[in-house]
Each structure stands twice: as structure tokens, then as C-alpha cells.
Design a protein around this ligand. Sequence first.
Ligand SMILES: [Zn+2]
Length: 49
Amino acid sequence: MAIDPICKMTVDEKTAKLTSVYKGKTYYFCAPGCKKKFESDPEKYASGN
Ligand SMILES: [Zn+2]
């Protein structure tokens, strides 16, 4: 399982449809809003991982 960096929910990589690649690492999201939030400021959330 992966962790949604926005809300810290667990996301199954096998079924996740919402993903974003930042600096070579794939991030998984539970909802479109989480993905949008991450992409608006990826540096902030990626560093907190
Ligand atoms: Zn989320």
C-alpha cells in the first residue's frame, strides 16, 4: 500500500487511478482533490513524506 501524501490515507497501488510522478517518484491519491492539491505544490508534500 502507498500513502496519499495529502491526507495520509492508504492507497492500493494496484487499483489506484490517481497518480502523479514527481522527481522520479510516483505518488498515489485517494481523490482528485488530493492529486490537484499535490500538483499545486508538490515540493511541500513530497518533502514531508
Ligand atoms: Zn487523499
